[in-house]
Ligand binder design. Sequence first.
Ligand code: CU
Length: 159
Amino acid sequence: MTAALTAGALTGTLLLTGCGGPASASGDDSSASGAKADLSVSSAYMPQPVSDTMAAGFLTIVNDGGADDELTSVTSDAAGSVTMHRTVGGAMREADRLTVPAHGRLVFRSGGDHLMFDGMKRKPVEGQSVDVELHFARSGELKVEMPVKPATYNPATGH
Ligand code: CU
């Protein structure tokens, strides 16, 4: 009984140390200069477009690292150009670069920020996928396969 309690107390201490360590070390010079972005992509999809030449794309870029990064451009062999659009007060505005904050995420979602594909070489159809390359200021390139979903697809409901 006593031994079990001690082990529990020790585990608690270790967990606290593990959590507090990185945060308290963040002001340290060597740690700050070693911090970098750690990016991954999830929830990528393209609603099957109505238009023959234009399409929208959505995805979430997660940064598990301790430094910000910036999405500087997006390219795709399937399109003449891909631009990043912000939706501000109901109006779309093209963005040059978008920040992926440290320990944060950059979310492109229906009704919000989105990728705009122009000059599609062929009309994407549900079940296909579109290859996209994301270019970052620090992390280089990330390739994403964007599955084409039904035009009315909403990831929140799964339909
Ligand atoms: Cu747009």
